[in-house]
Design a protein around this ligand. Structure first.
Ligand code: FAD
Length: 517
């Protein structure tokens, strides 16, 4: 049985571990791991999920999956691999909710740790001058929202979609429409518990083991596995005024976006998206938004043109409706959108934050959720966004896009620059997210090949035009590319790898470090 499992795990892809030349054959490693006294267990079969992710483009089967119940299950497993010298054969990937798109949470022929099985201790909310919640690294943000709301509190910074784990998003950054004001999620963490690549369990914060703390935040899982996080909270609003307006000119759209994020008293959430060659945009919104001027809105014709939608939200409670309305009216009066396209809605805070889940359910029902997602996320300095838009929206994607294109600016001055996250060297930069879905078996413009070629054209354009763009949720194949991505931060990144994961055991899916450093 063991042999057939090992053959299965190592078939299908190159570089498998079943190579007679390596010092430790997989069965020896596995038998050795299975002697560990754990509260959780290893599974050797039915590990298909661990070889999948949201991207649906990479499928690397692991040798085994650890379903830990306790922090010590993870630390003793990693320590064992480290001490026994198995590290060159057996890489270890923490898997959160598997919503990476490029195999980042996979470990080919290695060990995947299913972080969602690490339950407990229970989520613990502390109310006080600086309220916080302690959660497991495998906890989903949607669960944290529901739990903290029971105390009238909530985290300050979000992602657009909440069915992601804490460990998964803070290994990247966690950016959404609140980030211009609150910083990304990695700026709203007080403390972490991390298991390093040697199996050490370390508590870290800005004042304690700060190098590991900042390294792990945005560190792409390279320095340790996050088992606990202490997340900063604020009083939660009950309701949200959610607003959308359209622009036909990119320059006016971005001018207004940048104006809004520069104000002290402004919206609580600011995003935007590009709408390419779509008909009936406003009709599509009508089920969830009310037009401010229904007659004018009904005469609006979007056919065939490119529009830019500014999306804003203001939080409020029932006793603050008047103040909220005055503030919204005042802010809107400063903007230059197409007047007939002002659409408003009032929804609960939970409905607003969990909005993408509604689309997920619709797409799942149509069989369109588990398709390939060749996503591309770029961070672009404000001074270069017009050049970028001219070429990308005006040329490369002139006629069609295969999914939403999200675009909004953030203020880097309000972000902590000590983390491992790499961003452009400019105070204001844009997140531009091409969230494409490919249609399986298509050979047309919605095929995976076509979208990948389009992504490459976008990246090639940025390179040739020497735009100082950085990838968010980065994906590269070679060390040279990674070096270029990190730029002057590369040395620091390597130094941290040497200190916390010298055998390069952790997070092999990123392909940053192939061997011991
Ligand atoms: P996984 O895919 O399981 O893991 C991602 C990486 O983190 C892997 O390298 C893995 O090894 C590592 N990792 C996982 N858990 C841990 C841990 N406990 N300790 C250390 N390393 C760990 N991102 C944004 O910033 N903003 C958005 O608005 C946003 N929207 C999204 C919407 C959708 C529909 C999807 C699919 C993704 C979105 N993302 C967004 C991207 C998302 O934040 C990342 O892909 C994130 O990594 C997914 O979390 P996960 O739990 O699925 O992580």
């Amino acid at each position: 049985l063991l042999n057939s499992i090992l053959q299965k795990a190592s078939s299908g892809c190159s570089n498998s571990v079943s190579n007679s030349l390596v010092p430790f054959p997989p069965h020896q490693i596995l038998s050795s791991l299975q002697t560990l006294p754990l509260d959780g267990h290893f599974s050797l079969m039915n590990n298909g999920d661990a070889a999948k992710d949201f991207g649906n483009m990479h499928h690397f089967p692991p040798l085994a999956v650890l379903h830990p119940k306790t922090v010590s299950d993870i630390s003793s497993t990693i320590n064992h691999i480290f001490e026994m010298g198995f590290a060159s054969e057996l890489k270890v990937a923490a898997r959160g909710h598997g919503h990476s798109v490029q195999g980042q949470a996979q470990a080919h022929g290695g060990l995947v740790i299913n972080m969602e099985s690490l339950k407990g201790p229970e989520m613990n909310v502390h109310n006080g001058e600086f309220p916080y919640v302690d959660v497991s690294g495998g906890e989903l943000w949607i669960n944290i929202l529901h739990e903290t709301l029971r105390h009238g509190l909530a985290p300050k910074s979000w992602t657009d979609y909440l069915h992601l784990t804490v460990g998964g998003t803070i290994s990247n950054a966690g950016i959404s429409g609140q980030a211009f004001k609150q910083g990304p999620q990695i700026n709203n963490i007080f403390q972490l518990e991390v298991i390093t690549g040697k199996g050490d369990v370390v508590t870290c914060s800005a004042n304690r083991n700060a190098d590991l703390f900042y390294g792990v935040l945005g560190g792409l899982g390279q320095f340790g596995i996050i088992t606990r996080a202490r997340i900063s909270l604020e009083p939660a609003p009950k309701t949200v005024k959610w607003i959308r307006v359209l622009y036909s000119e990119f320059s006016t759209f971005t001018r207004d976006q940048e104006y809004l994020i520069s104000l002290k008293d402004t919206f609580d959430y600011i995003e935007g998206f590009v709408i390419i060659n779509r008909t009936g945009i406003l009709n599509n919104w009508r089920s969830s938004f009310d037009p401010k001027n229904p007659l004018q809105a009904s005469q609006f014709n979007s056919d065939g043109k490119t529009f830019y939608c500014l999306e804003m939200a203001k939080y409020f409670n029932p006793d603050g409706v008047e103040v909220m309305n005055q503030s919204v009216d005042h802010l809107l009066s400063k903007l230059s959108y197409v007047p007939s396209t002002l659409f408003l809605s009032e929804v609960s805070y939970v409905e607003f934050l969990d909005r993408v889940h509604v689309s997920e359910k619709e797409l799942r029902a149509k069989g369109l959720w588990e398709v390939p997602h060749p996503w591309l996320n770029l961070l672009i300095p404000s001074s270069e966004i017009h050049h970028f838009a001219e070429q990308v929206f005006g040329n490369i994607l002139k006629d069609t896009s295969n999914g939403p294109i999200i675009i909004y600016p953030v203020n880097q001055t309000r972000w902590n620059r000590k983390t491992s996250l790499v961003t452009p060297e400019e105070d204001v930069f844009y997140l531009v997210a091409f969230l494409s879905s490919a249609v399986p078996n298509s050979t047309g413009a919605d095929s995976l090949e076509h979208i990948l070629a389009q992504n490459k054209r976008i990246i090639d354009f940025c390179t040739h035009a020497q735009l100082r763009v950085k990838q968010y949720l980065p994906h590269y194949s070679t060390e040279e590319e990674w070096k270029a991505h990190f730029g002057s931060l590369w040395e620091k990144f390597v130094e941290r790898k040497r200190a916390y994961d010298p055998l390069s055991l952790l997070a092999p899916g990123h392909r940053i470090f192939q061997k011991a450093v």
